[in-house]
Design a binder for this molecule. Sequence first.
Ligand code: PMP
Length: 334
Amino acid sequence: MPLAELRGILAVVGNTPLIELERLAPDLPVRLFAKAERFNPGGSVKDRSALSMVLNRIRSGELVPGRSTVIESSSGNLAIGLAQICAYFGLRFICVVDARTTQQNLAILRAYGARVEVVTDPDPVTGELLPMRLRRVAELLASTPDSYWPDQYANPLNRQAHLTTMREIAEALDGKVDHLILAAGTGGTLGGCAEYIRQSGLTTTVHAVDAVGSVLFGRSPGCTRLVPGHGASIRPKLLRPSDADHVVHVTDLDCVVGCRRLVRREAILAGGSSGAVVSALDRIAPGLEPGSNVVLILPDGGDRYLDTIYDDTWVRRHFGEVAELSQDADLPHQ
Ligand code: PMP
């Protein structure tokens, strides 16, 4: 997809900054970088996927601006990315969410002009909300003429969108990307980056970060997860586990600890899965070769997590007193 041809707000999707992190882990003998995806106009890595999935259909004539409707089940970043892109193209957007969607995300979706449908009743057999959301999507697709379901969990364009993510990283570092650490949800970021690495003959080791309790890389579900973004309770069709050279599982508390460390040390206010990636770095660190370039992908910003990750009362309610969250005495400030 030639992004260069895009106009208006769409022209600033991608080309996010790569920030050198000199304070996060000053004792590590490597150069650390963060690909800050919050600088996409919709605020997250999912702008790339939303744009890719919608634009392809517009170019093929299957989606007609001013007439067609996009319908998707998502309560977070993809929803916001789609709402933005549909608003730009004059497409109607119906977003199916459930009761766990934050008030802030609902407000953002409505501000972009999306119609939000909230599914409240879980599946009577399994107690899960996701199947009920997908059922509602199917009903809406059947009753809405000219409608399209991007289906991020199975759509190869969600992977393809991230060829650009890795290309930008590789170009910024002249191809010397020794380690890439990223959070996996649908497998889009993982798949697209891994594909670019193969196509360009890079020797990057890909570390995928998953949630404890998620089924992405073969674990059985064992606990409820509080931090959205990475991990899944159903294995997406899109995910190819072999795209990852190495997998790290992190807990919700690891996400909080990682986020708080990132903002304290680097003044980067990032979302929960970024905290997951930062915590994963601790585990990967002993195996890093001195002199290597290590890139962390930070999928979104912290603004959408002020009531959770960055709220001390929420953290205490879920995890009790957490020693790591008190201020660092040894901040590596200049
Ligand atoms: N982190 C956040 C905050 C996300 O919104 C997502 C997308 N669900 C991911 C990580 C995972 O990205 P992907 O779907 O490309 O695997």
